[in-house]
Design a protein around this ligand. Sequence first.
Ligand SMILES: [Cu+2]
Length: 150
Amino acid sequence: MKKTAFVAAIALAGLTGMAVADDHLAWPATEGAYVYFINLKDGATVSSPVLVQMGVNGMGVAPAGTEREGTGHHHILVNRAALGKGEDGDDEWLYALPADENHVHYGGGQTEATLDLPAGTHTLQMVFGDMNHVPFGPQMVTDVITITVK
Ligand SMILES: [Cu+2]
């Protein structure tokens, strides 16, 4: 869907040094908005199921599919690298996030959830996405944190 246009936009941005256009998003992220883990810190030791409270400042939370500018929904990337070039070479920032054990969607508009994780260390990263599950961009993700499940 509109993939050619995205690729062209990237190529143009690369040539001009300008930011990639937002037209792959339903609407752009609100300037100054950000997401954050409310209750988890990098290096924390926790027990499973792991409670995750997800905060967003400057934008609203709405269920997936809700056409309301200035809103989006939370995702957690579990045990995967930060978004970038995917295995197929595509820019992962431009496409809807997959839904699997490494990409958990909170499309109901949840701001709190639990993750069942085995004992050991795990990485988590919050990603805020638009109504179509497309990440809003580097501004709307947290740092990757590492937690230890005891
Ligand atoms: Cu989603």
